[in-house]
Design a protein around this ligand. Structure first.
Ligand code: ADP
Ligand code: MN
Ligand code: MN
Ligand code: MN
Ligand code: MN
Length: 359
């Protein structure tokens, strides 16, 4: 395992020397993050600032070569980065910042995969309802050969059963990455609320939330960057593919928990969701439902992609009402349809437009 991973082979203790070098304390390394033309992958680049930013609007607008990220033609490639939120950088530490940005084309229009722009409009219109979101981000760790980490190279692990919330060297793989990511998120200022091992071996989950409004999208994307970056240090690949292994193996989702200030309206929200199933399926993965087709089969704790359903404590429904919420007639609903590689801006925008804005 990991023998062919160049990053894993580097001696990490040598790097500590450089990380602890005294650097000027009036400067800041700002790593700008953005979503590329796939709508799934994050890109980053770093610049030095001669001040320590406190708010995103203090940060300079920057640009990048959109022709190298599937976002522009070579002849007109400058694409703008607008800083929208800042977090502490758990990798470079000190004054360093992670800066999540949204991207605009040469003509100042949002790029095709900038889903934040219209999400923000919806969140502003719904502001008085205080929409809250909590997203359960599932993911799978892969070895450099793109097989799930720790799986036999010429075969399969034993059937699902012992792995979910499992403990022990034959049950879970690479907990170091999971715990390192958790600590990094806390350090950065991400509202991470928990983590657990998943049903398929090498599959894990963490949760971000509750977050109000646009914050959920910003925080989830930064948490994904942090995960990819931690796993890179360990020489391990992260995939957000919603069905990394065909067959009797659970897929990966991004269950989206949702509530409003007056969520006595939970039945009304479910009724509205039931009448907009297609709109939601189209918003719940980066390929308008194509990715989720492999996952939402009606098996492996999913509902069929073709039908809408809702039920108390039902993990085979599109919408699950947690048991405690049903008893108290308030609380939140869980939309189980979003794929693990969804864009949270698209998912949460669709929920707000259906349930709050009545569009
Ligand atoms: P599950 O039981 O489906 O595994 P988890 O505990 O993994 O649920 O995740 C639940 C998520 O819902 C957490 O991120 C939590 O912060 C979030 N959450 C809790 N209360 C609310 C609420 N009122 N509105 C929105 N999200 C909430
Ligand atoms: Mn250059
Ligand atoms: Mn969960
Ligand atoms: Mn889960
Ligand atoms: Mn869930």
């Amino acid at each position: 395992m990991l023998k062919n991973s160049p990053n894993a082979l580097l001696n990490k203790s040598i790097f500590q020397h450089y990380l602890t070098l005294p650097v000027p304390d009036d400067k800041c390394q700002a790593t700008y993050l953005w979503i590329d033309g796939t709508g799934e992958n994050i890109r980053c680049k770093t610049r030095t600032l001669d001040f320590i930013p406190k708010k995103p609007d203090e940060l300079p607008v920057w640009n990048y070569d959109g022709s190298s990220t599937y976002q522009a033609e070579g002849a007109n490639s400058d694409t703008y980065l607008m800083p929208v939120a800042i977090y502490k950088d758990p990798f470079l530490r000190g004054n360093s910042k992670l800066v999540i940005c949204d991207a605009y084309k040469y003509n100042k229009k949002p790029t095709e995969t900038n889903k934040r722009h219209s999400c923000l409009q919806a969140m502003l219109a719904a502001k008085d309802h205080h929409p809250w979101f909590g997203i359960e981000q599932e993911y799978t760790l892969l070895d450099m050969d793109l097989r799930p980490l720790g799986w036999p190279k010429n075969g399969f692990p034993g059937p699902q059963g012992p792995y979910y919330c499992g403990v022990g060297a034959n049950k879970v793989y690479a907990r170091d990455i999971v715990e390192a990511h958790y600590r990094c998120c806390l350090y950065a200022g991400i509202n991470i609320s928990g983590t657990n091992a998943e049903v398929m071996p090498a599959q894990w989950e963490y949760q971000v939330g509750p977050c109000e409004g646009i914050d959920i999208g910003d925080q989830l994307w930064v948490s994904r960057y942090i995960l990819q970056r931690v796993a890179e240090d360990f020489g391990v690949i992260v995939t957000f593919d919603p069905k990394p292994m065909e067959g009797d193996w659970n897929g990966a989702g991004a269950h989206t928990n949702f509530s409003t200030k007056a969520m006595s309206e939970i039945e009304k929200a479910i009724d509205k969701l039931s009448r907009n199933h297609l709109r939601h399926i189209q918003a719940y993965d980066p390929k308008q439902g194509k990715d989720n087709e492999r996952r939402l089969t009606g098996r492996h704790e999913t509902s069929s992609i073709h039908d809408f359903s809702a039920g108390v404590a039902n993990r085979g429904a599109s919408i699950r009402i947690p048991r405690g919420c049903a008893e108290e007639k308030k609380g939140y609903l869980e939309d189980r349809r979003p794929a693990s590689n969804c864009d949270p801006y698209s998912v949460c925008e669709a929920i707000v437009r259906t349930c709050i804005l009545d569009e």
